[in-house]
Design a protein around this ligand. Sequence first.
Ligand SMILES: [Fe+2]
Ligand SMILES: [Fe+2]
Length: 190
Amino acid sequence: MAEWHALEAALQARVTGERLAHTYRVLETARRLGRIHGADDGQVAVAALMHDYAKPLPPAALLAEAVRLGLTPDPVERAQPHLLHGPVAAALLAEEGLVTDREVLQAIASHTTGRAGMSLLEKVIYLADYVEPGRRFAGVEEIRAEAERDLDRALLGALNNSLVYLVRQGWLIHPASVEARNWLLQELQR
Ligand SMILES: [Fe+2]
Ligand SMILES: [Fe+2]
């Protein structure tokens, strides 16, 4: 894994302005949530710092990069390539040798859609991205507070909110988000 300053330099060559400010808010939020819930701080920090590495790429470039990097975009990702910014970031960071930790790469890859079987690290990154202090949508306060108490309940709330939002907007829903929500609901009922 590259040194912290090298990661920051690579990030700042791609991500600027409000997106960079968002990244540092996610970093701070993720480290706090990670501390509370017992995640590895080194993994949390790198995953949070690099999670939106590919976000500035426009849709056509994201799709092209995904194909070049050997990912196989599904029909929903082809229709809405912004969904690929996590997987493309992870593949780019691996290709560039900046991040080698598979768990960190997985957390970066899944941060937009979630997935069934998310690890503690993945939950922390997904939620930190969702509740960082710059987020101001309806219902965020409750999930922000819940994230400090019960990571799984907060994650279920975030997934449910996202799915409702996508339905209301009339947008496509990625199957991984539905799978994540179904998995978590069953985990919580156990
Ligand atoms: Fe993102
Ligand atoms: Fe983000």
